[in-house]
Design a protein around this ligand. Structure first.
Ligand code: IMP
Ligand code: MG
Length: 191
């Protein structure tokens, strides 16, 4: 188990990480998702996978290596989180796509679908470019926390509660390099 000092903004607060999904469980789900996508898109010319940076980069990298349908990879960088564990509700586009998606089959690849604010912002942007189809693949779906009426088409794990890190997912830019996924417990200095 990892237990590390959290430098800011609340000095002295520690984080304790508890294993939630092992790398083996993640691999199994990623293969399962890729298998479903391969079936759904079999015979298509190519699909455009749009990874939302930064959180989805590890997931996308693993997912594509199990896809047999031809893919084009693109990234968009969005940010709605500040230094806290709640969405700020204000989504910013930090970098844009490089490939046109008009008349293309598009799958947005996201690490975590939470309130849905980030995804709603992105879907509205993408719809303006008239893709042929537009689907969502989320590694983790926190469905009970949704504020927007958005459903993922492909989901790796359903999570009821907790803030998670690892496998590309961060807390304040930390822990992305962990190969497994952990929940974070925030401990007060005396605990
Ligand atoms: P939403 O806009 O509330 O759906 O937030 C989605 C984004 O918030 C995800 O792409 C993540 O980057 C981030 N996020 C949501 N839950 C977590 C979490 O448990 N750990 C780390 N990031 C999270
Ligand atoms: Mg994200």
């Amino acid at each position: 188990m990892w237990s590390l000092e959290h430098p800011s903004p609340s000095r002295g607060v520690k984080e304790r990480l508890r294993l939630l999904y092992s790398r083996e469980q993640i691999t199994e789900r990623v293969k399962m998702l890729a298998g479903t996508i391969n079936q759904d898109y079999s015979g298509r010319q190519e699909i455009i996978l749009i990874g939302i940076l930064k959180g989805a980069f590890v997931f996308l990298a693993d997912l594509i290596r199990h896809l047999t349908v031809p893919v084009i990879i693109d990234f968009i960088q969005l940010s709605s989180y500040g230094a806290y564990t709640q969405s700020s509700g204000q989504v910013m586009k930090l970098s844009d796509l490089h490939h046109p998606i008009r008349e293309k089959d598009v799958i947005v690849v996201e690490d975590i679908l939470d309130s849905g604010l980030t995804m709603r912002f992105l879907l509205e942007e993408l719809q303006k470019q008239h893709p042929r189809s537009l689907k969502i693949c989320a590694l983790i779906d926190k469905r009970h926390r949704r504020l927007m009426p958005i459903e993922a088409d492909y989901v790796g794990f359903h999570l009821e509660e907790g803030f998670v890190v690892g496998y590309g997912i961060d807390y304040n830019e930390k822990y992305r390099q962990l190969p497994d996924i952990y929940t974070v417990e925030f401990l007060s200095p005396q605990s």
